[in-house]
Design a protein around this ligand. Structure first.
Ligand code: FES
Ligand code: FES
Length: 183
């Protein structure tokens, strides 16, 4: 059985598109929209390589695209890794997001297969702290909790976490208390 779905992806209206009703978002992005930056690994909702951001009234939340139905996303607003950088009118990247820049600066990734998922998770955390700042003393726990679902098979966790902390501490208003204590 097929259904028609429409949604917003990276700020642009998509659809209606006719799809099998049990199609997962990962396949929808790859096969129907040619958005191949979302990485598929475990296909079981475990590693979060495939994560996307689904926006709502409470802000963005991370969903694993391999086990999230495209039909469930009907009418929703979704962001993928392709939506983070700033682009010109012809689609060329003109600037990376602060999280992307930090991952480059810190050499956070090796093979990079997990990187889109880490970018999405870190971005959701930064956005949440923008709405609900946390005390500096709680920041390490917040980062660990936010990134806990993302598996890096190259085991580059420390550089990812350090980069996320640096972005947060460099962004005014995300942390309360002694923001200068970045060590
Ligand atoms: S590929 Fe989706 S959670 Fe692992
Ligand atoms: S950098 Fe290779 S899986 Fe994370």
């Amino acid at each position: 059985m097929t259904v028609n779905v429409s949604m917003t992806i990276n700020g642009e209206a998509v659809g209606p598109v006719e799809i099998p009703e049990d199609l997962m978002m990962a396949e929808f992005l790859h096969e129907y929209l040619n958005l191949t930056g979302t990485r598929i690994s475990c296909e079981q909702g475990v590693c979060y390589a495939c994560s996307i951001i689904v926006d709502g009234a409470e802000g963005g939340r991370i969903m694993p695209a391999c086990v999230t139905g495209a039909l469930w996303c009907d009418g929703r607003s979704v962001r993928t890794i392709e939506g983070h950088a700033t682009r010109d009118d012809e689609g060329r990247i003109t600037a990376l997001s602060p999280v992307q820049e930090a991952f480059l600066t810190h050499f956070s990734f090796q093979c990079s297969y997990c990187t889109p998922g880490f970018v999405n998770a870190a971005t959701v955390l930064v956005e949440r702290l923008g709405r609900q700042p946390v005390p500096r003393a709680r920041l390490e726990d917040e980062i660990l909790e936010a990134m806990n679902g993302n598996i890096c098979r190259c085991t580059g966790y420390v550089r990812y976490l350090t980069a996320v902390r640096d972005v947060i501490l460099a962004t005014p208003g995300l942390v309360t208390g002694d923001e200068g204590d970045a060590a």
